[in-house]
Design a protein around this ligand. Structure first.
Ligand SMILES: [Zn+2]
Length: 348
């Protein structure tokens, strides 16, 4: 067995004594790690208990990762953004219409400072094992990749800050079309902020493990989804990242797709000396036969994935994104984890 880490994400940050019961339930479902999904509101309002909840998880033997969940609507996730509420500017701008979008432009000074402050505060005060960069992306990614792509697709960001930065770097006006230089510019800047944040975290807490998780999408010769983190080589190469991770895949997709994404994930991770992580969907959508979850977990294990994570605890039970058989799905996931987690990494 190759899997060293099995975990789920978790939303409950309000009361450590309640979280303790949930963490024990995770351990009984063969998890040895948890990702705390921290919204801007959680960080702003529940900060003292984020510290306490982390302590509780650590004391039970779980590894704890902090997920800057949905922050600025730059990272994936449902929570609203306090930064967007408080800042009418600093938003991404559509290249085609010039309209402001409901996502921050992470190239702006105001947002960068805001984000670095959050990371530094978490690194100083919360005794976690690492950070999880959760599906970072520019606004307006292609939601579905057709084989022919589409030259008419809108993109972001073409705000004043990005336009000015582009001119400084390339010495001409930022085009409205997604040219090769624009793609390069977007990718470089999308990585730069995460790299700086990771370095700031490691300067404070050197043992922090940084996991970068990108969308598990088709990026081939014909089509790219233009989220800004589509060039996996470029992402995995970043020194300050320790784990290269790719996100959930719809159960409606063929098993060959699961295999191909996992192979690419492992190959890219190995090439740059990183650990690999694969995600499973454990909310919203489920396979017709729940035991397929076991088959997929075994597939990931057999292929040599280091870490397996599922979104989310209890199959999202009680949320609008719960899987139809959320609790049964959660049980199946736990059983599957039990079959692949290496004996020496189990919490006894
Ligand atoms: Zn911008």
């Amino acid at each position: 067995m190759s899997v060293k880490e099995t975990g789920v994400s978790y939303y409950g940050l309000s009361y450590p004594e309640h979280a303790e019961k949930d963490f024990k339930e995770m351990i009984s479902h063969n998890c040895n790690a948890v990702i705390l999904a921290l919204s801007e509101f959680d960080i702003d309002f529940w900060f003292p208990n984020i510290i306490e909840v982390t302590k509780v998880a650590k004391n039970l033997g779980l590894k704890v990762y902090l997920d800057t969940w949905g922050i600025g609507k730059w990272f994936g996730g449902e929570p609203p953004s306090i930064f967007l509420t408080n800042n009418p500017g600093n938003r991404q701008v559509s290249a085609f219409t010039g309209e402001q979008l409901p996502a921050v432009c992470f190239n702006t000074k105001a947002f960068k400072e805001y984000f670095y402050r959050i990371c530094e505060k978490l690194a100083y005060e919360v005794d976690a094992d690492g950070f999880f960069w959760d599906e970072p992306h520019y606004a307006l990614p292609k939601s579905y990749a057709s084989i022919t792509g589409g030259p008419g697709d809108d993109w972001a960001c073409r705000c004043d800050t990005c336009k000015q930065k582009f001119r400084e770097e390339y010495n001409y006006k930022m085009p409205r079309m997604l040219t090769k230089e624009v793609v390069e510019f977007r990718e470089t800047n999308a990585l730069r902020i995460l790299e700086v944040a990771s370095d700031k975290i490691k300067a404070i807490r050197p043992a922090s493990k940084i996991v970068v998780c990108v969308h598990a999408t088709i990026n081939n010769y014909y089509v790219k989804e233009n989220r800004g983190y589509d060039n996996w080589d470029k992402v995995a190469k970043v020194n300050s990242f320790d784990v290269f991770s790719t996100t959930i895949i719809s159960y409606k997709l063929p098993r060959s797709y699961f295999k191909s994404i996992t192979q690419q994930t492992i190959d890219v991770a190995k090439k740059y000396g990183k650990e690999s992580q694969r995600w499973l969907m454990n909310y919203y959508q489920e396979p017709d036969d729940l035991s397929e979850i076991k088959e997929i977990v075994h597939l990931y294990n057999d292929m040599g994935t280091d870490s397996l994570f599922a979104w989310t605890y209890r199959g999202g039970h009680g949320t609008v994104l719960a899987a139809p058989r959320a609790l049964e799905m959660w049980k199946m996931l736990g059983d599957a984890y039990g079959e692949v987690l290496d004996e020496k990494y189990r919490i006894k």
